[in-house]
Design a binder for this molecule. Structure first.
Ligand SMILES: [Zn+2]
Length: 243
């Protein structure tokens, strides 16, 4: 870590157990954000602010007016722009040291290999289970963690999928369960889950704390309550199960 960055990261450097060693791990890390919408917004900003070395942003869409109530990575002035470019602009203003690779593509079984090359962790900020299953398969094959969250209205869930240590997505949900049409989302609630995704990433990178492995947190924003559910790998899982 360069001495000129000491002040920028001072308040995390003084966190017990963090220090220069953890900060350098953060600085060397590459994190892929699958999707640059609501779930990516706070996560991308906090990961950039924390000094993550490289962020890979994957999203084929452009910024639309209906995104703006929750997708705070995108300003109204960027309507019509590619979301990855809009996000890159916002993140670069926050922390110009972060290297950003913008991938304006949908993640498919073909595109993910090039898009995700060199990534240490994937953050699931997607709104489609079809894409989530593609990311899940990739993460299991490469043995990298997938920090999952999902939202509906004021509520959602978060966990870390990690083969051998925790279940994968396919252990829990055997089939794609996409619903048709837009789902309601309150922006402040998606911010809660998105911030927690960033925190899980930082814990995984630094080794500090206990990541959400084998545990899923269920957030009910209407009551401001969290519940925890234990989750286990399925030995017969078609993606991560041992044959
Ligand atoms: Zn599995």
């Amino acid at each position: 870590m360069f001495p000129d960055q000491y002040k920028t990261y001072f308040r995390q450097l003084i966190y017990p157990g963090w220090g220069v060693e953890a900060q350098e791990k953060v600085g060397r890390a590459t994190v892929l954000l699958a999707g640059t919408g609501g779930l990516a917004s706070a996560a991308a900003m906090y990961l950039a602010a924390a000094g993550v070395g490289k962020l890979i942003l994957c999203d084929p869409d452009t910024v639309e007016e209906t995104n703006l109530n929750r997708q705070i990575l995108h300003a109204e002035t960027n309507l019509g722009k590619l979301k990855v470019d809009s996000a890159k602009e916002m993140i670069s203003q926050l922390n110009p040291r972060v290297e950003i690779k913008a991938v304006p593509q949908r993640l498919t079984d073909e595109t993910i290999h090039t898009a995700a090359a060199g990534t240490d962790i994937i953050v699931d900020c997607l709104d489609s289970f079809e894409s989530r299953f593609i990311v899940n398969k990739y993460c299991v094959g490469r043995e990298i963690p997938m920090v999952h969250a999902g939202m509906y209205g004021m509520s959602g869930q978060i966990t870390v999928f990690y083969p051998d240590t925790a279940p994968c997505l396919a252990c829990l949900i055997p089939e794609k369960v996409d619903t048709k049409g837009p789902i309601p989302v309150i922006g402040a609630a998606v911010g809660v889950l998105s911030s927690m995704q960033a925190l899980e990433v930082l814990k995984l990178i630094t080794g500090i704390g206990e990541p959400l492995l084998g545990r899923m947190l269920i957030f009910d924003g209407t009551k401001a309550e969290f519940d925890e559910v234990r989750i286990s790998p399925d030995p017969a899982c078609p993606v991560c199960g041992k044959k």
